[in-house]
Ligand binder design. Structure first.
Ligand code: ADP
Ligand code: ZN
Length: 734
C-alpha cells in the first residue's frame, strides 16, 4: 500500500506536522493538492512525500479522498525551500507552502477563465446547408458567413450580434462546432509594444554581464544611482534565456516603481510574468499558471515572487537589495535574500544583489569574500553626482529663522521655480517615533547602555530605550549646553505644504504620503502629474525616494535629515546614509544638472560628510568599525522572541517560562550572550493582542546551536491562544 505524507492546510503551529494517509490508487504525485479526512471533517492538504511504509499502524490510517488538480502544484525544489525555511526561520511548513500558491486557489476561490470558441469544421457541409436555408433566416446566414470568413469566433461575440437560438440550432445540427479555450487574464495589457531598440552596453556593463552569466556565484552589484543597473539585469536575463534557462527579478514595491516592469515587458513580451499584490486574483492565478506550465520564463515581482513555481532557474536578481521590504516582519517571517541564496543553491543559479547603497551586512559579506563584488562607479553619461549642500539649521535658529525652510533652500526654490524646473522636498518618516533634541546645540539624548537614541513616549511623558527598556525622566534643559529650547516630534508633510503655499502662492504642489495614496492608483496619478509637469513641487515621504527617474528635477531638499539619524536603532546611521543617497539620486539625472540641500542640526556628523561626497566605501569603513567595537550586527546577532495573545496573563506566563529557559542557555553559553532582557514590546498591544518580548544580542560563534535551542523551546512550550515568534535580526522592534 502506498502512503502519502500530507501537510494539512491549517495555519496553526499545533497542527504543523506531516500526517500519514493511505493512497487509494497509484495516480497521485508529490506536490499535488488533495482532500483528506481530518478529525470529522475534510481538509485540503499537500502531498510532500510518497513512500511504502508508515511509522504508524496502517490499519489505523485514513485514506486520501481525492486530488484537487490532476497535476502537482508545488515543485520538489519548493518543498526543499519550505523545509529550509523551517530550519532557518522556524517558519511553519503550512505557512511556507501557502507562499507558493495564489491564496485564492485554496478552497477554490479562483478558476481558469474559459471561453467557448465556435468554428466550422466541414466547409462544404456548411455551404450546402447555407444554400438550403430560407432567405429571411438572416441570423443563420450571418453566423455561417462570419465563421467561414474568420475561422473561429467566441460564443459571446456571436451572441452579441446574432440571435442566440440560431447559434444553438447550428450547433445542434452539427454545422458549428465548439471548443473550450483557456483565456489568460493579463496584467498591464497596455505595455505590449515590443521594443527591440537595444542599447549598446558600456564596457563596464558588458564586463559585469559577462561575470554574472559565466560564473555561478552570489554577486553584490554596487552601482551608483543612474549607472545603468537595469540594463545589466535585462542583458543578463537575455543571455540566461538564450542558454535555455529562466530567471527571477525582484524589485521592492512594484506599485511605486512601475518602470522596471515596463522595461522588462517591452523587452521580453509574453515571456515575462508579473507577480505582486496589486494584481486581481484572476490575473495572479493566471500568471502563476503560466509560470508553472513553463509559458513564462522570467518572473518580475515583489519579494514573494521568489517563491514562484519556475523551473530551471539560471539567474535570480534582487534589485535595491538594501530595501527593508525584502524582510517579512509579520508571519511568516523570513529574509528574502536568505531564501534567494538557498533557491539559487538548489537550482545552481547565480544570484545578483544590486544597489547604489548596499546594506552594511551585504557589503561586509562582499569584503570577506562570501559574495563577489561588482562595481559600477560612474553614471551612464559620465555626469557628476549632483553637489550636496549641508545646511546648519542651528545657525538658522540663531539668525532668527525658526521656519521649516532654511534661507538657502528658500532661495534655491525661488530659482528653480523661476527657471521652470521641478523640485522634490523630502520629509523623513523612517524613525517615525519622536526623539528629544536640543534646538541650540543639536544634542539628542541617548541611552547610557545601548548607544541608541531615546524615544519620547508622550502618554507616559518619559524617554525610553527600545533596546533595553531603560526609562529616563524627560529633561527640561539640555545637559550639554543648558538651553531650555528642547523639542520633540517632527514636521509633517502637511505643514511643509502649508508653508510652501504661503511662500509661493501660485505654484502647484503635490503631496505624496500615506494619507494621499490610500486609494488604488492614486500614487501613479501623483507621479504622472509630476512627470508631465502639471505639478512643479513634489512633497513626500520615503515613497518618493525610490528609483524614480524625473528628468526635470533639478532641486532636492531634505527637510529633516536628522529624524532617521536619531531613530532608536543601531542601524540608524546606515539607514540615514542610504536614504540621503537614494533621495539625492533623484536630482540631475538627465541633461540639466541638479543640487541637493540637506537641512540638519548636526552638520558635522560623519554620515552627512560621507553622503555629501557620495563616498560609500568611506562610510562603510567607519560604520563597520563602529559595529565591531560596539558589538552590533554583523558581528553579533539580535534575536527577538515575540509573544502575542489576547489574554495578557497567558502571554506573561509563557514569556516567563521561556525566559527561565533562556537563562539556562545563557549559563551554558556565557561568553556568547552580550545582552538578555525581557520587556513589554514598545507597542504593547496591536489588534487587541498583548505583546511581550525577550531580546538577545549574542556573538556569532555558536549562533546556529543557540538558535536551534531557541526554536526548540518555542516548540516545547507552545500552547493554544498564544503565538511565539523567534525573529532573527528583526528590522522592526516595535
Ligand atoms: P540605475 O538603475 O543604475 O539607477 P538605470 O538602469 O535607471 O540606472 O539607467 C539610467 C539611465 O541610463 C536609463 O535611462 C537607461 O536607459 C540609460 N542607460 C543604461 N545603460 C545605457 C547605455 N549603455 N547607453 C546609454 N544609455 C544607457
Ligand atoms: Zn538602552
Amino acid at each position: 500500500m502506498l502512503i502519502a505524507k500530507v501537510i494539512i492546510d491549517i495555519a496553526s503551529s499545533l497542527v504543523d506536522k506531516v500526517f500519514d494517509y493511505l493512497l487509494p490508487s497509484n495516480d497521485f504525485m508529490v506536490g499535488q493538492r488533495v482532500l483528506v479526512p481530518f478529525g470529522n471533517i475534510s481538509k485540503e492538504g499537500y502531498i510532500v512525500e510518497i513512500c511504502d511504509h508508515s511509522d504508524y499502524e496502517e490499519s489505523k490510517l485514513k485514506t486520501v479522498i481525492s486530488s484537487l488538480e490532476p497535476f502537482p502544484v508545488i515543485l520538489k525544489e519548493q518543498l526543499s525551500l519550505a523545509s529550509f525555511m523551517k530550519r532557518k526561520f522556524h517558519t511553519g511548513l503550512c505557512d511556507a507552502i501557502r507562499l507558493f500558491l495564489p491564496s485564492e486557489m485554496r478552497s477554490s476561490r479562483v478558476k481558469e477563465l474559459i471561453k467557448i470558441d465556435c468554428y466550422i469544421e466541414d466547409e462544404i457541409k456548411a455551404k450546402t446547408y447555407l444554400s438550403s436555408v430560407r432567405k429571411n433566416a438572416t441570423s443563420v446566414i450571418g453566423i455561417i458567413n462570419l465563421l467561414l470568413e474568420k475561422g473561429s469566433v467566441s460564443q459571446t461575440e456571436i451572441n452579441k450580434t446574432f440571435n442566440s437560438s440560431s447559434l444553438k440550432k447550428l450547433i445542434n445540427d452539427d454545422i458549428v462546432k465548439t471548443r473550450e479555450v483557456i483565456i489568460r487574464r493579463k496584467p498591464y495589457k497596455s505595455v505590449d509594444n515590443l521594443n527591440s531598440n537595444t542599447i549598446t552596453l558600456t564596457k563596464t556593463q558588458s564586463m559585469v554581464v559577462d561575470r554574472i552569466t559565466n560564473e555561478k556565484n552570489v554577486f553584490l552589484l554596487h552601482g551608483v544611482t543612474g549607472s545603468g543597473k537595469t540594463e545589466v539585469y535585462m542583458n543578463s536575463m537575455q543571455k540566461v534565456l538564450e542558454s535555455g534557462k529562466t530567471g527571477i527579478m525582484l524589485v521592492p514595491e512594484i506599485s511605486l516603481t512601475p518602470q522596471v516592469l515596463m522595461n522588462f515587458r517591452s523587452r521580453f513580451g509574453d515571456s515575462v510574468a508579473i507577480l505582486h499584490s496589486g494584481l486581481s486574483s484572476g490575473e495572479r492565478f493566471d500568471e502563476w499558471q503560466r509560470i508553472l506550465l513553463g509559458e513564462a520564463k522570467i518572473v518580475v515581482g515583489a519579494r514573494s515572487a521568489i517563491f514562484a513555481p519556475l523551473k530551471n532557474i539560471g539567474l535570480i536578481v534582487i534589485d535595491e537589495e538594501h530595501d527593508s521590504s525584502y524582510n517579512s516582519d509579520s508571519n511568516p517571517r523570513y529574509s528574502t535574500i536568505e531564501v534567494a541564496k538557498e533557491r539559487a543553491k538548489l537550482c545552481g543559479a547565480s544570484l545578483v544583489l544590486g544597489s547604489a547603497t548596499p546594506s552594511l551586512v551585504s557589503y561586509h559579506n562582499a569584503m570577506i569574500g562570501n559574495y563577489q563584488l561588482l562595481e559600477m562607479k560612474e553614471r551612464i553619461n559620465k555626469r557628476e553626482m549632483p553637489p550636496l549642500k549641508i545646511i546648519d539649521m542651528g545657525n538658522e535658529v540663531r539668525l532668527g529663522n525658526t521656519g521649516i525652510f532654511s534661507n538657502a533652500l528658500k532661495d534655491a526654490l525661488k530659482k528653480t521655480i523661476s527657471e521652470n524646473n521641478q523640485a522634490i522636498l523630502f520629509i523623513n518618516r523612517r524613525g517615525f517615533s519622536s526623539f528629544l533634541m536640543c534646538r541650540k546645540c543639536g544634542l539628542v539624548l541617548k541611552c547610557q547602555d545601548c548607544d541608541v537614541s531615546l524615544v519620547y513616549h508622550k502618554f507616559e511623558d518619559a524617554l525610553k530605550c527600545h533596546y533595553c527598556g531603560n526609562r529616563y525622566k524627560v529633561f527640561t534643559e539640555c545637559p550639554e549646553c543648558g538651553n531650555q529650547n528642547l523639542s520633540t516630534g517632527s514636521v509633517g508633510t502637511q505643514r511643509v505644504v502649508e508653508e510652501l503655499e504661503n511662500l509661493f502662492p501660485n505654484i502647484s504642489i503635490a503631496r505624496m504620503d500615506n494619507d494621499t495614496t490610500k486609494s488604488k492608483d492614486s500614487h501613479l496619478k501623483i507621479l504622472s502629474d509630476f512627470r508631465s509637469g502639471k505639478t512643479q513641487i513634489l512633497v513626500g515621504t520615503q515613497m518618493i525616494a525610490k528609483g524614480h527617474d524625473f528628468p526635470s528635477v533639478t532641486l532636492v531638499g531634505i527637510i529633516d535629515a536628522d529624524v532617521s539619524l536619531y531613530q532608536s536603532s543601531f542601524a540608524a546611521s546606515e539607514q540615514t546614509f542610504e536614504l540621503i543617497t537614494q533621495v539625492a539620486g533623484r536630482a540631475g539625472r538627465a541633461d540639466k544638472s541638479g543640487e541637493i540641500y540637506l537641512q540638519t542640526y548636526a552638520p558635522k556628523h560623519y554620515i552627512y560628510r560621507f553622503a555629501s561626497y557620495y563616498d560609500y566605501p568611506a562610510f562603510y569603513k567607519k560604520e563597520i568599525n563602529l559595529r565591531q567595537t560596539t558589538l552590533y550586527p554583523p558581528f553579533t546577532k539580535i534575536i527577538r522572541i515575540l509573544f502575542t495573545s489576547e489574554d495578557e496573563n497567558l502571554a506573561k506566563d509563557i514569556t516567563k517560562i521561556y525566559y527561565e529557559k533562556v537563562k539556562l542557555i545563557q549559563q551554558e553559553y556565557k561568553s556568547s550572550f552580550k545582552y538578555l532582557g525581557v520587556m513589554k514590546s514598545p507597542i504593547g498591544r496591536i489588534q487587541n493582542k498583548f505583546r511581550l518580548q525577550i531580546l538577545i544580542r549574542m556573538m556569532r560563534d555558536k549562533e546556529d546551536e543557540i538558535i536551534e535551542k531557541l526554536f526548540n523551546i518555542a516548540d516545547d512550550i507552545k500552547k493554544p491562544n498564544v503565538s511565539i515568534f523567534v525573529e532573527i535580526d528583526p528590522q522592526n522592534l516595535s
